[in-house]
Each structure stands twice: as structure tokens, then as C-alpha cells.
Design a protein around this ligand. Sequence first.
Ligand SMILES: NC(=O)c1ccc[n+]([C@@H]2O[C@H](COP(=O)([O-])OP(=O)(O)OC[C@H]3O[C@@H](n4cnc5c(N)ncnc54)[C@H](OP(=O)(O)O)[C@@H]3O)[C@@H](O)[C@H]2O)c1
Length: 247
Amino acid sequence: MELVIVGSGKMARAIIEGARKLHDITVIARDEDALKEMAKKYKVKTAALKSFNIHGKNLILCMKPYALKDATSTLMGRANLILSVLAGTKIATIKQNIKANHYIRVMPNLAATFKKSMTTLCGDEAYKDEAIEICKSLGKTLWVGSEKELDIATAVAGSGPAFLALVAEALSDGAVKEGLKREDANLLVKGLFEGFAPLIKNEHPALIKDGVMSPGGTTAAGYSALEEYGVRNGFIKAITKAYERTL
Ligand SMILES: NC(=O)c1ccc[n+]([C@@H]2O[C@H](COP(=O)([O-])OP(=O)(O)OC[C@H]3O[C@@H](n4cnc5c(N)ncnc54)[C@H](OP(=O)(O)O)[C@@H]3O)[C@@H](O)[C@H]2O)c1
């Protein structure tokens, strides 16, 4: 498929990294130096964003949500398909700024760089299969039936890497506080997350916890501290706050 990626930032690069072997990619952005560097690094075509003719093309919007109006104001023509990664930006808003036959919102996460994104999609079912196929080159996909569900998924899987990074950093800090070298603490946390991935894939979280926690043991002591300090409720609130920000 021919894809035009709009933007030269982190998400644009993650998508290019995942999709460039399967799709014919052109990047359009306002930063000319970034375009030159990307053409060399990713072997993709590039063009200036200003006055680019999008007629009949399939676009992936990767600019910041606040930049939608500014970035699309000089584009010419009517696109075939718009895939938008803009967090919290509704299809109605995208339609007001850019003309196309079909609109789909997609919410990948930064793990797309390693083809491990958990990407949620919703929108025009006519291009559901094509959109899923594009996003599969970034990792796993979930199609949902409404923008509300996509916005909730954004809080979990889009923002999730930042939330889990807080957990990783805090575990490392705790280990250093008790006297472990920072380098060793970071190594332990990296190994922990790597090992946790297949565990959570195959087991319910409550059963993982039960499997580790022995009566009166170390895990039970640590776990009760997490509950005492409201970590569970903190995460539930984080999802609510992140979701509310998309409204
Ligand atoms: N990062 C994530 O984990 C993540 C996850 C899911 C979704 N997203 C979504 O992905 C989108 C991009 O995020 P990012 O993390 O890739 O941000 P980023 O690295 O800061 O890149 C933002 C891009 O937007 C461009 N831009 C900003 N203002 C512009 C304007 N007025 N006209 C034209 N281009 C403009 C920037 O161009 P310049 O370099 O020229 O400023 C840059 O190419 C956002 O909408 C975000 O909601 C991000």
C-alpha cells in the first residue's frame, strides 16, 4: 500500500520503522533537515508538507494534536484514507480539517519501534482490514466499536509505557535505597519486565500474585505496603484522568 506519513517525530519514526518493509512510504513534514535525515536512514521518499497534494492518497497523521489545523491547512485535494494517531482528537475534528473518503483513528504506543505496539483502532469499517494490516506491522491490534473505547484504550496502552516506566523507576529506587548498586538495580528491573511479559500473556494477574505470595512471606509484606499506600487506586485514577483528558 502507498502511505503518506505526516510528521517527523517519535511516532512517525516508530511507524516507519515498523511499516517500511511492507509499504511504499512517503514522509511529509515541515522540518527539511529531518526529512533529509529520514530519507537517508529509512530509505523513504520525502516531500515538503506545505501545499502537498493528498488527492486519492492514504495518510497517517503523526503530528501533535494541537498542530492538526496548522499542519493540514495547506494540503490540497481529497485523500482516500486518513489514519490518525492524534491522541484525544475525534474523527469529527479531523473531518473539519482534512477532506477524505474514509477516517480511522489508531492508537499505537512507543513500543512500535520494536514492533511490539499494542495498537487500538476504530472508525470506518470499509477500511478496517487494511488499517489492521498496516498496524500489524507495528505489533498487536485491537479493533473497537467506538471512539469512547479507543480513548479509554489510549489511557491504558498509549500512556501505559509512561505508567510502567514509573513502576520500573520506583522499583529501582527502592533497591538503591536499601543499598543495591544502581546499575544492578536497573539490570534486575529490565530482567523482571522481560520475564513478566510471557507471564502476563499466559496467566491472570491475580493468579500470578497468588503464585508468588506465600503466607507471611516477603511478597505479602511488600504487597500490603502497596495497598496501604494506595498504589492500586492510584493506577485506577491514572486511567480515569488520562481518559478524561481525551474528552
Ligand atoms: N509518543 C507516543 O508514545 C504516542 C503514542 C500514541 C500516540 N501518539 C500521538 O502521536 C502524535 C505525535 O507524537 P510524537 O510523540 O511523535 O511527538 P513528537 O516526537 O514531538 O513529533 C511531533 C511531530 O509533529 C510535528 N508538528 C508539530 N507542530 C506542527 C505544525 N504546526 N505543523 C506541522 N508539523 C508539526 C513536529 O514537527 P517539528 O519537528 O517540525 O516540530 C513533529 O514532526 C501525537 O498526536 C500523539 O498524540 C504518541
